[in-house]
Design a protein around this ligand. Structure first.
Ligand code: ACO
Length: 203
């Protein structure tokens, strides 16, 4: 399997895959100054015949574009050996679950999401595709998060809240009410400060 994106996040993803017993052949990255990362090669292009890839790019809209560029690859899910995923949770292809994460009973996580270090997704939550839950963010039970939304580091979301698509929840925000699509929210209790600039649904 190849890891697309030779970045800091790429290193964490590759090591998570290793804990799960997966073989990482190398990274794919167009950066001309990189030829290796960790002890693995960095290639400019996916080798002919390569079939499996995971995308290690933090920006949600960029992961979506990469999937559109390589629609026929197999995207395995990566689940760190030191995370807990309920056997009654559903996890989409290409999603990366890092160390210390909990995904509780009957939660549903879409495709190509990032559940970053020590984040917590409680029972019955539903996350769309391309969502990123940052380190130490916590979603209480029954929370819905729309496609492409980024929940910032250490944010907290109370039970039953619905967060729209392609929204951004700031670091440490406390979300106690529903959040519209494309909103940028900060503070405790969180307030909308602006809208994500590019509201093109292709992003
Ligand atoms: C392993 C990893 O590294 S995973 C990566 C994790 N990263 C994150 O979680 C990043 C989350 N990002 C943030 O919190 C950002 O500050 C954002 C997205 C909310 C806002 O970023 P920007 O759009 O660049 O806004 P900007 O920095 O101009 O701030 C706008 C205003 O909001 C305030 N603000 C920004 N972020 C926050 C926050 N998290 N909490 C409270 N206030 C905030 C700023 O102080 C500023 O206020 P002012 O106008 O009174 O000066």
């Amino acid at each position: 399997m190849y890891v697309f994106g030779a970045s800091g996040h790429g290193k964490v993803v590759a090591e998570a895959a290793e804990t799960a017993g997966m073989e990482v052949s190398g990274f794919i990255d167009e950066n001309p100054n990189l030829s290796s990362l960790l002890d693995l090669p960095v290639l400019k292009e996916l080798p002919l015949g390569a079939k499996e890839m995971v995308i290690s790019v933090g920006k949600n809209e960029v992961r979506k574009k990469i999937v559109d560029r390589f629609p026929n690859l197999v995207y395995p899910k990566i689940i760190h050996a030191f995370s807990f995923v309920s056997k009654r949770a559903a996890i989409g292809d290409g999603t990366v679950i890092l160390s210390g994460v909990s995904v509780n009973s009957e939660a549903k996580v879409g495709k190509h999401c990032i559940l970053n270090t020590n984040s917590s997704i409680d029972h019955d939550c539903e996350l769309g595709d391309f969502v990123h839950i940052s380190p130490n963010a916590a979603l209480a039970g029954d929370v819905a998060v729309g496609e492409g939304t980024h929940i910032g580091i250490g944010a907290a979301v109370i039970q039953g809240v619905k967060i729209g698509k392609w929204a951004v929840i700031g670091a440490g925000a406390v979300i106690i009410r529903d959040v519209p699509d494309f909103a940028v929210m900060v503070g405790n209790p969180a307030k909308q400060i602006k809208t994500v600039e590019n509201t093109n649904t292709d992003r």
